[in-house]
Design a protein around this ligand. Structure first.
Ligand code: GLU
Length: 289
């Protein structure tokens, strides 16, 4: 079977040079290996994703000369798949509701930080203090019945007790040169959200379900997602899904060394195109081909 690759942007802004690099790295891997290239639209966040950004993704990728298979999978059309995965994890007793607002969580974290350093996840965000995990079942039911919105979280300690030692195959360039088998450390993320108050799934859950359903064999993506792979491996094992190999490529940064953002116009593909740059100029700028 030919290898399967995917480029999976979120339509919450216009693509920039960093996206072009990731898409082209996927296209190059597919070409080198005789593999297939899929495009997946990661649009579960209804508040930030817009159809015009999706149209622009198609236009910009086609302009770059990238060909992807149809139909394109749009995550917002597959919520039932994510719900089924969530139900499986719930049946294992690994999911609990957390009712706090962002402000309440920030207060809980501040109280813990006042008593000493509080743990942060690999992206630098404070870990969820886990207060809702302690709620007695009757109180949980009362809150749910009263209509208070809640997120669903993974009981990370319980999940890690079931699967203590996981790793993944890194075929590329981890941020510190990691290659080969990399030990996963999902516990560093704490009780991650599996379904949000306003969205019945999360990035972590949808990405592992889709990579498996689409038969993705090698995930080629930026090093900013290297640490998230630990959570993805844990969810794959819990759900009995196959593990793809991972290739985390370096990030394209601006002159000041910052990760590119969708709001910095200077590196937007549309702006570069309007300024008369050609697709081969883009490849040259990115040091590709
Ligand atoms: N949708 C994610 C993003 O735009 C990428 C997900 C992935 O490649 O795993 O950052």
């Amino acid at each position: 079977m030919p290898p399967v690759f995917r480029f999976a942007p979120s339509p919450n802004g216009y693509l920039h040079l960093g996206h072009a690099y990731s898409a082209l790295r996927n296209a190059d891997r597919a070409r080198e290996t005789g593999g297939r290239l899929l495009l997946r639209i990661e649009d579960i966040d209804a508040t930030r994703c817009r159809p015009e950004f999706e149209t622009a993704i198609f236009e910009d990728l086609a302009w770059l000369g990238i060909a992807w298979e149809r139909p394109v999978r749009r995550q917002s059309e597959h919520l039932a798949d994510y719900r089924a995965a969530l139900e499986k994890l719930t049946a294992f007793g690994l999911v609990y509701p957390s009712f706090e607002s962002r402000a309440e969580i920030a207060k809980l974290v501040a109280a813990r930080e006042a008593g000493g350093a509080w743990l942060r996840d690999p992206d630098g965000a404070p870990l969820y203090p886990g207060t809702a995990k302690q709620l007695p079942p009757a109180e949980r039911e009362r809150l749910i019945a009263s209509g208070v919105p809640y997120a669903l979280r993974l009981d990370m300690a319980a999940a890690c007790r079931e699967l203590p030692a996981l790793d993944w195959t890194e075929t590329g360039e981890g941020p510190h040169g990691e290659r080969g088998q990399v030990a996963a450390r999902p516990e560093a993320w704490g009780d991650v959200i599996l379904a949000r108050k306003e969205t019945p799934t999360s990035y972590h859950l949808s990405v592992v379900v889709d990579d498996a359903l689409q038969g993705v064999s090698e995930v080629v993506r930026g090093q900013d997602l290297f640490q998230a792979t630990s959570v993805h491996r844990l969810l794959q094992e819990l759900l009995g899904l196959p593990a793809p190999a991972y290739r985390h490529h370096p990030l394209i940064r601006d002159a000041a060394g910052h990760k590119l953002s969708k709001s910095t116009r200077a590196t937007g593909l549309r702006e570069l195109r309007a300024a008369g740059r050609s697709p081969s100029d883009i490849c040259r700028l990115l040091g590709l081909r």
